[in-house]
Design a binder for this molecule. Structure first.
Ligand code: FBP
Length: 480
C-alpha cells in the first residue's frame, strides 16, 4: 500500500476510480466456464519429451456454462520489463475474492520464497509500473530451481499466474509441467505481457502494455516532428524499444507518419539501410528540406556485429539491445555515405532513444480494460483446472463487450532454439509478418510520408472524451 494519498497526482487519483469495461462474457463468472475446442497439437519430438504431462492439452474457449464456486488461493508474479496495465491483472484477481500471494521481484521471489499477501490494491488500480510486487528476469530451468519452485505448492496455492513475455511464459510452461509431474495441485496460467508486442500468435492478438507504450512514444515522436517541421534544421533519428521485433516501430509509424521507418524483419543489410537514408536525405535536400524524422527499431542492433559482441545477455540469452546506441552508429554511417557522395547540403542529426519512457506510464483505457479482463480470465482458468495455458482475448478491435476468450496451451507456441549455446524449449518470438495487412499497409503509405511531410501529432494519451480519443485499439490489432 502506498503510504499516503499525497503520493498520487490528480490524474493518478482520477484513474484510481476508473471502472474498467467488461466483456459481456465476464460479467458473471459463475455463468461461464472453459471447454476444450480443439485437438492437441502435434509437437516436435524434443518438445514432446520435455513436456510429457502437458503436451496433449487442447485449446479452450470460454463459453456460457455453470462455473464452480470454490475459494481459491492464488499466487501471482510479474516477470520481465514493466508494461502498463499489469496492476489491473492483479486488481481483477483480487476482486474475485481469491486470497492472493504476490511473489516479489519476479520469478526469483518464487525460488527464494519472497512474497507478500496482497490485502489491498486500492492505490494501484489503473496505475502504471509493477511496483506493487516488483519484477525480475530469472529463468527457471535447473533441477535446483525447479525444486525451489515447489514453494508455490507448499503455499497451498491452487493457481499461479505468471504475468510476462515470451521467456516468462516459457517459465510458466516449465512450471506447469513440473508441478504436474510432482502431483501438485497448483495450476499455472500465463498472461501475455510485453510492450514489444512480440508475444502474439494466431490466437493472441496482442500483449498488454503495447498500446500504452506505443501511444506514449507516438506523443513524443509527434512533438519532435512538429519541432522538425518548424525549425527545419534537424534530422531526428529515433530508436524505439522492441528487441528483434519491429511492432513498436510499425505502430508508431502508423500513429505519426515519419519520413522513414526501418523494419528489421525486411532483412535489409545495414549498407542498404544507410544507402536508402542517404538517398532520402539528398532527395529531401533537393526539395528544399534539410530536416526529417526517422524511426529505427532497436533490433537493428543485430546487424551491428561489433556492437553486438559487447552487448551483455540476460538470463534467457537475449542480447541487451536496449543498451546499444544503434541510432548513433547509423548517424555516423549515413554521414560517411553522404560525404562519399559529395553531399553539399546540411546534415544536422539529433539522436533519441524511446523505451523506458513508455513501459510504466498510466495505462490507456485499452490496456486498463484488457488487463482487468485478463485477470478475471486467469481466475476462471485456474478455477476450471486449466494449467500450462496462456490467455488469448480476441476481437480486441471491437467494443470491449464483444471480446471473447480462449486459453491456449503454451507448448503450442514453443519450439527448440539455441540459447546461450544450448538447445532450449522457448516460445517463438512473433515478428512483423511481411505478408500481413499491417506491413502491406505501411509499405503503401510510407511512399508519401517520405517526401510530403504528413506528420501526425497524436498528443498525450486521453482518458476522458469521445471513444475515438480514449479507446482506440492498436493499429496492428485492427490491421491484423
Ligand atoms: P520484456 O520482454 O520483458 O517485456 O521487456 C521488453 C523490453 O522493454 C525490451 O523492449 C528491451 O530491449 C528490454 O526490455 C530492456 O530490458 P531491461 O529492462 O532489462 O533493460
Amino acid at each position: 500500500m502506498r503510504k499516503c494519498k499525497d503520493m498520487a497526482s490528480p490524474l493518478q487519483r482520477a484513474r484510481l476510480v476508473f471502472k474498467p469495461s467488461l466483456p459481456d462474457l465476464l460479467k458473471d463468472l459463475g455463468a461461464v466456464c472453459f471447454s476444450p475446442i480443439s485437438d492437441s497439437k502435434d509437437l516436435d519430438g524434443a518438445l514432446k519429451e520435455l513436456f510429457p504431462n502437458t503436451r496433449h492439452f487442447p485449446c479452450y474457449q470460454l463459453a456460457p456454462g455453470k462455473g464452480k464456486e470454490i475459494p481459491l488461493k492464488i499466487g501471482v508474479v510479474f516477470s520481465g520489463g514493466p508494461a502498463p496495465g499489469g496492476h489491473n491483472v492483479i486488481a481483477a484477481l483480487f476482486d474475485t475474492g481469491a486470497k492472493l500471494i504476490g511473489f516479489l521481484d519476479g520469478p526469483s521471489g518464487i525460488l527464494e520464497n519472497k512474497f507478500k499477501e496482497i490485502v489491498s490494491v486500492d492505490s494501484y488500480r489503473n496505475q502504471g509500473g509493477f511496483d506493487l510486487i516488483g519484477s525480475g528476469r530469472t529463468k527457471i530451468e535447473t533441477q535446483e530451481q525447479l525444486e525451489a519452485s515447489l514453494t508455490a505448492i507448499a503455499h497451498d496455492l491452487v493457481g499461479l499466474v505468471i504475468i510476462g513475455g515470451d521467456d516468462s511464459n516459457t517459465n510458466a510452461a516449465v512450471l506447469a509441467e513440473y508441478f504436474l509431474q510432482k502431483g501438485g495441485k497448483t495450476r499455472v496460467v500465463g498472461v501475455p505481457k510485453t510492450i514489444d508486442g512480440d508475444l502474439q500468435s494466431e490466437d493472441i492478438e496482442i500483449s498488454f502494455g503495447f498500446d500504452s507504450a506505443t501511444k506514449t512514444y507516438a506523443e513524443i515522436i509527434g512533438n519532435i516532428a512538429k519541432d522538425a517541421i518548424s525549425s527545419k534544421k534537424y534530422y531526428h533519428f529515433i530508436r524505439l524499444m522492441g528487441r528483434s521485433a519491429s511492432h513498436v516501430t510499425l505502430e508508431c509509424a502508423f500513429l505519426t507518419q515519419p519520413n522513414f521507418a526501418a523494419i528489421t524483419e525486411e532483412n535489409k543489410t545495414l549498407n542498404t539501410i544507410v544507402d536508402e537514408l542517404a538517398d532520402l536525405i539528398i532527395k529531401r535536400y533537393e526539395a528544399g528540406k534539410n530536416y526529417g524524422v526517422i524511426l529505427l527499431p532497436e533490433g537493428l542492433a543485430e546487424l551491428m556485429e561489433e556492437q553486438l559482441k559487447s552487448g551483455r545477455k540476460d538470463p534467457h540469452g537475449n542480447v541487451g539491445v536496449s543498451q546499444i546506441d544503434t541510432e548513433k552508429v547509423l548517424v555516423d554511417l549515413v554521414r560517411k555515405q553522404l560525404e562519399k557522395r559529395n553531399f553539399k547540403g546540411n546534415f544536422n542529426p539529433l539522436t533519441h532513444f524511446l523505451g523506458y519512457e513508455g513501459r510504466s506510464c498510466l495505462p490507456t483505457n485499452f490496456d486498463a480494460n484488457y488487463c482487468y479482463a485478463l485477470g478475471l480470465c486467469a481466475f476462471v482458468a485456474i478455477r476450471d483446472d486449466l494449467t500450462g495455458v496462456i490467455l488469448a482475448l480476441q476481437k480486441l478491435e471491437q467494443k470491449v463487450s464483444q471480446w471473447t476468450v480462449k486459453a491456449v496451451p503454451i507448448t503450442h507456441l514453443m519450439h527448440m532454439e539455441t540459447r546461450l549455446g544450448k538447445q532450449k524449449p522457448v516460445i517463438c518470438k512473433y515478428l512483423v509478418d511481411m505478408k500481413g495487412k499491417a506491413y502491406l499497409d505501411f509499405v503503401r503509405l510510407k511512399k508519401s510520408w517520405a517526401m510530403e511531410d504528413q506528420y501526425l501529432c497524436p498528443g498525450p494519451i486521453q482518458f476522458f472524451g469521445s471513444g475515438e480519443l480514449t479507446d482506440a485499439a492498436p493499429n496492428i490489432v485492427s490491421r491484423r
